[in-house]
Design a binder for this molecule. Structure first.
Ligand code: ATP
Length: 473
């Protein structure tokens, strides 16, 4: 049973230290969120899983970390200055401002159909570089990147030559992106500052590009399921031709059921990530050589030609690109919603259990003393925590009775609790309690690290995904 709605996760996230509303002491800042002690761990674990999967486990992908602020010309030639906008409408009755493509001709606030004509609004955040620059100096204008992808394209040649790569190969990057969204909202689903995990996979011009999109879709579905997201809550959406981004020939979105409380036909789904075939658009438009019909250079500002020489065929060309672009924050939300469950205890009380996979759980094992006023028990529990820490993320907690401590660990997704009791002082053994079954097992302290390691490695079964459908979203 996943979370019934996003609000359930908002309150759990605040109560238990995953995500806090940002700037709250000053009345907040619309749709900005801060990651707390457990949220930062969860988000790091997701990013690490992605990096390991693509950069370490495959042999054809390199990682980079490029600047957030790039030369303004990058955004000119990428097409973002001219086309990265959303259609904006205002309600003439209540003055609410909305994205025209996200509403059905009606104000989302008051229901009125008395709306202004849509007009384009560029979503890139502007800033001014240099202490001496005037506010309106065009030479000092710069943008915060709205996607991490361009930092990859402009480094294509650097990575390819430094790492002596041959096609096909990919470049992966994780980092913050910024978009001045017209209607941010729904917790961390749509914010103005967010984090992306993007990968550009460079291939030959005659590769089976459209089919490669499907292949990457399948790989990502598998990865999301390995994070514990149920296949039932994932759907595919083939983006219609008239809605494709300016660089895309085909895009398939992987959608997550972020709004299970809504009726099936009422937008239960929202994009978790997109997989796009970007053709050779970006590498070509950042290159110095391409010319128009009159022989004039299309990009007179670039000093490099980002083409590739294929030794086998002795041909030079601009590589084509398949791009899986995922959001860290939307993955965090999907993982939290899918892990949420409730269970009734012997006393008829409802308990929340966050069934995170061990690889994503912020804390892998909590070491709890049964009696915190017994120095021998406390000492033994703390020593166990210290001995486990090099092997796995463990915490020591004595801030309540054992029932309360178990409930708290269940709610933050800790797979295993280790309890030190009076008996432990005699038999050098502890009780290990399972988060999901609440079953307990007695384990010798000498064998504890290996035992926990084995238990945590057992992965959750992967469930089949629903067949691809073209949702009306
Ligand atoms: P949407 O249609 O929801 O605005 P998009 O199609 O513009 O998203 P992309 O440009 O494909 O998004 O970006 C890739 C991924 O980055 C998205 O699938 C999403 O996970 C994440 N992302 C994009 N915009 C935001 C945002 N404002 N807040 C959080 N994550 C975002």
């Amino acid at each position: 049973m996943p979370a019934p709605n996003i609000d359930t996760i908002v309150s759990l996230a605040k109560r238990r230290g995953f995500v806090f509303p940002s700037s709250e002491i000053y009345g907040g800042l619309g749709s900005a969120w801060d990651y707390g002690p457990l949220g930062v761990e969860l988000s790091n674990n997701i990013k690490q899983s992605w990096w390991r999967w693509l950069v370490y486990e495959r042999d054809d992908i390199e990682g980079i970390d490029s600047s957030i602020i790039l030369n303004r010309l990058v955004w000119k030639y990428s097409g973002h200055e001219a086309t990265f906008h959303d259609p904006l409408v205002d309600c003439r009755e209540c003055k609410t401002r909305m994205r025209a493509d996200k509403i059905e001709g009606k104000c989302t606030n008051c229901g009125s159909t008395n709306l202004t004509e849509p007009r384009n609004f560029n979503m890139m955040f502007r800033t001014i570089l240099g202490a001496a620059a005037e506010e309106d100096d065009p030479a000092a204008l710069a943008y915060l990147r709205p996607e991490t992808a361009q930092g990859i394209f402009i480094n294509f040649l650097n990575v390819q030559t430094a790492m002596r790569r041959k096609l096909p190969f990919g470049i992966a990057q994780i980092g913050k992106s910024f978009r001045n969204e017209i209607t941010p909202g729904n917790f961390i689903l749509r914010t103005r500052e967010f984090e992306q995990m993007e990968m550009e996979y460079f291939v030959k011009p005659d590769a089976e590009h459209l089919q490669m999109v499907d292949e990457w879709v399948e790989l990502y579905l598998e990865w999301f399921r390995s994070l514990g997201i149920s296949g039932e809550n994932l759907q595919l959406h083939e983006v219609p031709a008239d809605e494709l981004a300016h660089y895309s020939k085909r895009t398939v979105d992987i959608m997550y059921r972020y709004f299970p409380e809504r009726a099936e036909q009422e937008r239960q789904w929202e994009e978790l990530m997109g997989i796009a075939y970007r053709t050779d658009f970006d590498l070509r438009s950042h290159s110095s050589k391409p010319a128009d019909e009159e022989g004039k250079r299309v990009n007179p500002d670039s000093t490099e030609d980002l083409s590739y020489f294929d030794e086998a065929t002795k041909q030079r060309f601009y590589p084509h690109v398949i791009e899986p672009a995922a959001g860290v924050n939307r993955t965090v939300l999907a993982v939290l919603m899918d892990a949420y469950s409730e269970k009734t205890n012997d006393k008829g009380e409802t308990r929340v259990i966050l069934k995170l996979t061990p690889q994503l759980a912020p804390i892998k094992a909590a070491i709890l003393p049964l009696a915190k006023n017994k120095p021998e028990i406390v000492g033994m529990a703390k020593a166990i925590k210290r001995s486990l820490q090099p092997v796995l993320r463990a915490v020591y907690d004595d801030t309540g009775g054992i029932g309360k401590l178990y409930a708290r660990q269940d709610e933050i997704g800790t797979p295993l609790c280790v309890t030190v009791d009076h008996q432990s002082l005699e038999d050098e053994a502890v009780t290990v309690r399972d988060r999901d079954t609440w079953e307990q097992e007695r384990v010798k302290v000498a064998e504890l690290a290996e035992y926990l390691h084995k238990r945590l490695k057992a992965t959750s079964p992967v469930q089949p995904v629903a067949p691809a459908t073209n949702l009306d979203v």
